[in-house]
Ligand binder design. Structure first.
Ligand code: DGL
Length: 276
């Protein structure tokens, strides 16, 4: 068991840049925390890969964060959260927080008509992690899922409020619009970036749930409850690691986080493989 100190960083990983939506929430909610982020930009996307591959990558990603002595691991990637959370919890003695439970619980709190939609990658939708969790919590819930794979590259390209994004959103969401849902879970790290277009297409009667926001609150409560909140008065530091294209990541991250980053480190995949 690693010795945990409240000044140890929070570890966050994702298949690529999408987890920055979670970094943004955590830095707003917990500004004094130090953060170590790993984005597996060499192997993104995870959402089109087999469960076996996603589990293998997830273990490597978490091992990398473990080498940074993180006090908690946030699995910002919904695909990994859907497939590999139990394996990670078994393998690591660091607490591991995923996206499914926080997002689902918030959706259950918000829905009034018990009709909840979920959008995510193919892997997340096929694994039915959100719907299983929701139905386990409340048998009266009706759940409707839809994979929206093109939202990931649209968000990566920064096509926010763009006609192409609107067109694709209309195509993907037309079925869900007919189903009288009042709550829609954005079950993918990238989708909050496109929230304004998704809201416009779904209409204002549908509440969008950002799993990252919900997870941030759970992390805060978890650390607080165990005396692990960093009580320094200084702003926390953030360190970013990626497995490929650090320059591109830096540009997207700076645009997205609205601040400049000193350095994005590149980690060789070989180093990550050897951690196994
Ligand atoms: N991070 C993934 C997720 O939240 C989206 C990108 C990918 O497919 O890897 O599901």
């Amino acid at each position: 068991m690693n010795f945990m100190n409240n000044t140890n960083p929070i570890g966050i990983f994702d298949s690529g840049v999408g987890g920055l939506t979670v970094v943004k929430k955590i830095t707003t909610l917990l500004p004094n925390e130090n953060i170590v982020y790993f984005g597996d930009t060499a192997r993104v996307p995870y959402g089109t890969k087999s469960n076996e591959t996603v589990i293998e990558y997830a273990i490597q990603d978490a091992k990398f964060l473990q080498t940074k002595n993180v006090k908690i691991i946030i699995v910002a990637c919904n695909t990994v959260s859907s497939i590999a959370l139990d394996v990670l919890r078994e393998k690591f003695d660091i607490p591991v927080i995923g996206m499914i439970e926080p997002g689902s619980k918030l959706a259950l709190k918000k829905t009034k008509n018990n009709r909840i939609g979920i959008i995510g990658t193919n892997a997340t939708v096929n694994n039915k992690a959100y719907s299983s969790f929701l139905l386990k919590e409340n048998k009266n819930i009706e759940v409707f899922e839809k994979a929206c794979p093109l939202f990931v590259p649209l968000a990566e390209e920064g096509l926010i409020n763009h006609p192409a994004t609107k067109l694709i959103a209309e195509e993907y969401l037309s079925d869900l619009k007919e189903l009288n849902i009042d709550t829609l879970i954005l079950g993918c790290t990238h989708y909050p970036i496109l929230a304004s277009t998704i809201q416009e297409v779904m209409g204002n009667n549908v509440e969008l749930i950002d799993s990252g926001t919900a997870a941030g609150i759970i992390v805060k409560n978890y650390l607080e409850g165990r005396g692990l909140l960093n009580n320094s008065n200084n702003l926390g530091t953030s360190e970013f690691f990626v497995s490929d294209l650090p320059k591109r990541f830096k540009e997207i991250a700076e645009r997205f986080l609205g601040r400049s980053l000193k350095h994005v480190h590149k980690i060789d995949l070989e180093t990550i493989h050897n951690l196994l």
